[in-house]
Each structure stands twice: as structure tokens, then as C-alpha cells.
Write a protein that binds this ligand. Structure first.
Ligand code: FES
Length: 137
């Protein structure tokens, strides 16, 4: 549901305190072009950043454990499958097999102790009142 206090189209994501610096990410479901997938938000250098949970190498989810995306030094987003590394600040591929496959950013904003995300033309909230579309091969 859109949240009028946070601006047009804003979707409440979580309490800002739920995102600790370089801690566990908040993972949620979205639709991209009508297909369900997950997104994640984490705090890095004080700012909340969010991306689709889809590696630039192979379109697979990247977390090591649910919500755990960072490497052991908490410096890079590291894909658990083949080790592609991304810059948490902008989702850019910085090493490993992602090549030019950067992460897809989701716009987020922190306001008055809450974190909101903003749907785009391609990335929409998962409607709980609508049937989940069947995936096609
Ligand atoms: S699927 Fe992420 S590095 Fe291969």
C-alpha cells in the first residue's frame, strides 16, 4: 500500500533500526515486469541501498543465508554462488564473473525512522490480493 506521508507511490519497507550498518539485509518480494523475485535493502556507510536479489552473472539469488549478502570483511556484496563482487554503494560489479552485469537498484528512502521503497515502471509491489503469475520457461 502506498504511504502518503513518504511521497507518491512510497511503500513502507521496515523500521530504519532494522538495518544496522553492514548488517543483515531486509529482503522482500517484488514483481519485475510481472514476475516475482526478491529485492534486498541494507545499510552501508550510513545509507540504505537496495537492489534486486539477482546476480549479474546468472540470474540467481545471491545471499549466503537469508539476508546475508556481504563478504566476511563487510566490504562487498558477494554472490554466494560463484563469488561475483559488487560495490554496495552503487551495485557495480567490481570482480568475479559478473562482468558488466551490475545489480539493479531499487529506489529507497529513509524518513522519520522508517524506510520506504519506490516502485518504478518495471518493479512493482507484489500484490497480495492478486494471483502470482505463472513463470514461463
Ligand atoms: S550466479 Fe552469482 S557469481 Fe555466478
Amino acid at each position: 500500500m502506498s504511504h502518503p506521508a513518504a511521497g507518491e507511490g512510497a511503500q513502507r519497507l521496515c523500521d530504519a533500526r532494522a538495518l544496522e550498518e553492514r548488517g543483515r539485509a531486509w529482503v522482500w518480494d517484488v514483481l519485475e515486469l510481472g514476475r516475482p523475485l526478491r529485492a534486498f535493502a541494507l545499510r552501508f556507510d550510513g545509507r540504505v541501498r537496495a537492489y534486486l536479489n539477482r546476480c549479474g552473472h546468472v540470474p540467481a539469488e545471491m545471499d549466503w543465508q537469508p539476508g546475508e549478502f556481504l563478504d566476511i570483511d563487510k566490504r562487498w556484496i558477494l554472490c554466494s554462488i560463484h563469488g561475483a563482487a559488487y560495490e554496495p554503494a552503487d551495485g557495480r560489479c567490481v570482480g568475479g564473473p559478473c562482468g558488466t552485469g551490475d545489480l539493479t537498484a531499487v529506489r529507497v528512502e529513509e524518513r522519520e525512522g522508517q524506510v520506504y521503497w519506490y516502485p518504478s515502471r518495471d518493479i512493482q509491489p507484489l500484490r497480495t490480493d492478486a494471483p502470482v503469475p505463472e513463470s514461463t520457461p
